[in-house]
Design a protein around this ligand. Structure first.
Ligand SMILES: [Zn+2]
Length: 285
């Protein structure tokens, strides 16, 4: 959902780097003998990604010749990316997001590399940089071994898709609550139907509505006392202006950040600004 510049390492270079330090000679030769096949698999992956047909890729075309799937992943990725040379690539991919922010959810801290096409099903792509996306532990865990079944069920790819220059995230105060929010997507007119379905799928798969709502609730608890004091001392306009200011600063940094959206929605809600944010148990009024 949040764009990253694509890595500048080729699939071939990454593979050769990761497997070249394999200590056992026979195993190393097996791995190196598969270099062309792995390179071709990387090419097929790129063609399909550009054509938005990742869901059509056959797992049988992404094995590593002569090596079982689990061994290929263990030798090339688990062991290979931990070697000195391989870890340079791993670190470079992990370091790509600014402030270590997870590109899948937009707020978690990156913790590990997620395989866009699951490594056990597509072992020939297990160290392909385009298939490796830094993600927070929540997003990585939630996605697991899920692979695209159709274009509409293909999550956004941070290296290939870019939607963060337009506003698409919104929220609303839940009726009857003390300012709790429900988040949803508002597709800009520039999106076609496919992109809208993909963003919706991504939003649902990574449980972003629920996760953003939880974040907003925690924030509200932290600012409730301040809002109450402002309301009592300077009135609802002061509350609104404070929320507008906080929203503007956050949205200038990220048009679709859950926090900027939260402040914007609270600022635009008259009932909230008049005290609908509640009192909370820790506030004495
Ligand atoms: Zn995340």
């Amino acid at each position: 959902m949040w764009h990253l510049d694509p890595p500048n390492i080729t699939a071939r270079d990454s593979y050769v780097t990761c497997v070249s330090s394999t200590q056992e000679a026979e195993r190393r030769q097996l791995l190196l003998d598969a270099t062309d096949a792995v390179t071709n698999a990387g090419d097929r992956f790129r063609v399909a990604a550009a054509a938005q047909t990742l869901h059509d890729l056959a797992e049988s075309q992404f094995t590593v010749p002569g090596i079982g799937n689990r061994d290929a992943v263990k030798w090339a990725y688990t062991n290979g990316m931990r070697t000195e040379a391989g870890s340079v690539i791993y670190d470079q991919l992990m370091d790509a997001p600014e402030d270590e922010r997870c590109p899948m959810c937009g707020y978690g801290e990156v913790y590990q590399l997620d395989h866009v096409m699951p490594k056990v099903k597509f072992p020939a792509l297990c160290v392909d940089p385009l298939n490796l996306v830094p993600a927070c532990s929540n997003c990585n865990h939630i996605k697991g071994q899920v692979s695209p079944r159709s274009i509409e069920t293909t999550p956004l790819h941070p290296y290939l898709d870019q939607i963060d220059h337009e506003t698409w995230l919104d929220a609303a105060v839940i009726a009857g609550s003390q300012g709790e929010l429900t988040y949803f997507i508002t597709p800009p007119p520039t999106w076609d139907n496919t992109l809208m379905e993909r963003v919706k799928y991504h939003f649902g798969l990574f449980k972003l509505g629920k996760r953003y709502g939880n974040q907003a609730n925690r924030t509200l608890k932290n600012i409730r006392s301040n809002l109450q004091q402002q309301l009592e001392s300077a009135g609802e306009t002061a509350v609104r202006n404070y929320l507008i200011e906080e929203s503007g600063s956050r949205l200038a940094n990220d048009l679709n950040g859950w926090d900027g959206v939260a402040y914007r929605v609270w600022a635009g809600h008259d009932g909230f600004c008049r005290g609908g944010f509640g009192t909370g148990s820790a506030v004495s009024v």
